[in-house]
Design a protein around this ligand. Structure first.
Ligand code: SF4
Length: 512
């Protein structure tokens, strides 16, 4: 977008307006933000340069986290003086909180220019234009999806891995979850479209895709093919150059043998499974309106391990659901002991307005929830650590990543993900460092694990002459080409968390 007016409240002629997108919540939101940045750049906006104040700040919000709304209004409050000092600046709020709070947002923060919902992210550039033209806030929320969001322009964050939506919305009614009321009924994308998007990603250099849906294994329900997800996995197996396929999240109630067969028989489907447990108590699962029971969940895990022995299984667990007794909680601990998850995302239950569980009696005191949470985390940490120690001595192929190792500069290691999605920090041998022959993000390093820490693996064997090999890949070439192209600024400080290209705060792994 170029400004063509000389209004002093706007930019000079022909200077692209700049933007920043701040992302909160799950992978769905992170991927939606890739679309928002793609849309904005398609409309002529440019990423805000480091140290500058963006002309447009977009909040892509999440309604799942406790206090999400307080945090949003707090952040909007911080931004109000900045906006005052920068005439022409616009603020837009989208995502799940926008879908929930709608016009309330501009009542509570009248300096917000645009509110858009989860079903109409494609309208953002038009709404920004309209708000500037009419000098009035624009609130547009649709009740259901009109255009599948994957048809919108997308600016991919990563050159070597990409998210691909296969469905949005959910037909389940878990009582703690706000998703059905904010994202609507499940809408499935046609397989041909999904595969075409994956092929395009691979042609651009990606080695890895993650298929995204609130409930991936009901994929196909909308067009009447209950076996569609397994078929989709197998079709991914036929895409030349696609080395790693992941998906999130499956629902235990809909996990069928054809999907397990497809996982086990398709070499590029990775040996990892993230499957939300939520509770190990059948009574609590019933209260949550989750239709599987703990035995069924454990049976799925047994089948996965029988067919895919190296699979790392991870989960989500909620502690302190209304009415949860100590006995119920013990049932969760029992399932955790038996399942031996590689890791778990653990959450303390909190009342979310708009969910059925928020109105249930027997909400537990915070102290009880906290105490159980600490016990659960301690147990899971012990298991994660033991499982990681069992990896010591293994040789793993690591897809080198960008931004996965916060301490890499200090430790002189690189980081990435093993096939089973474990985080690996690995040393590069001195001769490679001396010659600058280090793997790039997107390359694959074969390394030997020397230490299993509770939440990651260390692979330092290269320092003592142990296993170390690097395969330079198309994905590494694509990453390098991006670095050599005109750069995208990293981010700008406004006394706020961080600005620039989508700020990723992916706090929720599963479908909740
Ligand atoms: S928790 Fe997952 S399966 Fe349950 S309603 Fe929410 S999105 Fe759907």
């Amino acid at each position: 977008m170029t400004d063509t007016t000389t209004d002093p409240t706007t930019q000079p002629v022909d200077i692209a307006r700049t933007y920043e997108v701040r992302t909160y919540g799950c992978q769905m939101n992170v991927h939606d933000s890739e679309r928002l940045t793609g849309l904005l750049e398609d409309a002529g906006y440019a990423p805000a340069a480091e140290g500058s104040t963006p002309d447009v700040v977009v909040f892509n919000t999440c309604a799942v986290r406790e206090n999400a709304d307080n945090k949003l209004y707090g952040n909007l409050g911080h931004l109000a003086p900045t906006k005052k000092q920068h005439p022409g600046m616009q603020i837009a709020v989208g995502g799940c909180l926008a879908q929930k709070d709608r016009g309330e947002i501009v009542k509570r923060a009248p300096w917000v220019d645009v509110v858009f919902g989860t079903h109409n992210i494609g309208s953002l550039p038009a709404l920004l234009d309209r708000a500037r033209h009419n000098e009035q806030a624009q609130v547009e929320i649709l009740e259901s999806l009109e255009v599948f969001p994957s048809t919108l322009p997308t600016k991919r964050e990563s050159a070597y891995a990409g998210w691909v939506s296969i469905s949005v919305g959910c037909n389940n009614t878990c009582t703690f979850c706000i998703v059905p009321s904010l994202r609507g009924k499940e809408k499935d994308r046609r397989p041909g479209e999904i595969l075409a998007e994956i092929e395009a990603l691979v042609a651009e250099g990606a080695l890895e895709v993650t298929l995204l849906g609130q409930n991936v294994n009901t994929y196909g329900v909308e067009f009447g093919d209950r076996l569609a997800f397994g078929k989709l996995l197998r079709s991914c197996g036929a895409i030349d150059g696609l080395e790693r396929v992941r998906f999130t999240s499956p629902h235990p109630a809909a996990f069928t043998d054809d999907v397990l067969d497809a996982m086990a028989e398709t070499p590029n489907v990775m040996p990892s499974l993230h499957m939300p447990l939520q509770s190990g108590s059948d009574r609590v699962l019933k209260g949550m309106r989750r239709s599987y029971r703990s035995r069924r969940f454990l049976d799925i895990i047994d089948s996965v391990r029988a067919r895919i022995p190296d699979a790392a299984i991870t989960t989500d667990i909620i502690v302190g659901f209304p009415g949860e007794t100590e006995e119920d909680f013990q049932a969760t601990l029992d399932v955790v002991r038996e399942a031996r998850f590689a890791s778990a995302f653990t959450f303390q239950y909190s009342q979310r307005p708009g969910t059925p569980a928020a109105d249930l009696p027997d909400q537990l005191p915070k102290a009880v929830v906290q105490e159980r949470y600490v016990r659960l985390v301690a147990l899971q940490d012990e298991i994660s650590w033991a499982e990681n120690r069992a990896q010591e001595g293994r040789r793993l192929d690591v897809l080198v990543a960008e931004g996965e190792g916060r301490k890499d500069d200090a430790t002189h290691r690189l980081s990435g993900r093993a096939a089973d999605n474990r985080l690996v920090h690995f040393a590069v041998p001195a001769h490679a460092l001396a010659t600058g022959d280090v793997p790039r993000p997107g390359d694959v390093a074969t390394v030997e694990v020397t230490y299993g820490a509770p939440h990651h693996l260390v692979a330092d064997a290269a320092l003592t002459g142990g296993s170390y090999a690097v395969r330079r890949t198309r994905a590494g070439d694509a990453w390098q080409a991006r670095q050599e192209a005109p750069s995208t600024p990293a981010g700008v400080g406004l006394g706020m968390p961080r600005v620039g290209p989508p700020v990723v705060t992916p706090v929720v792994q599963g479908c909740r």
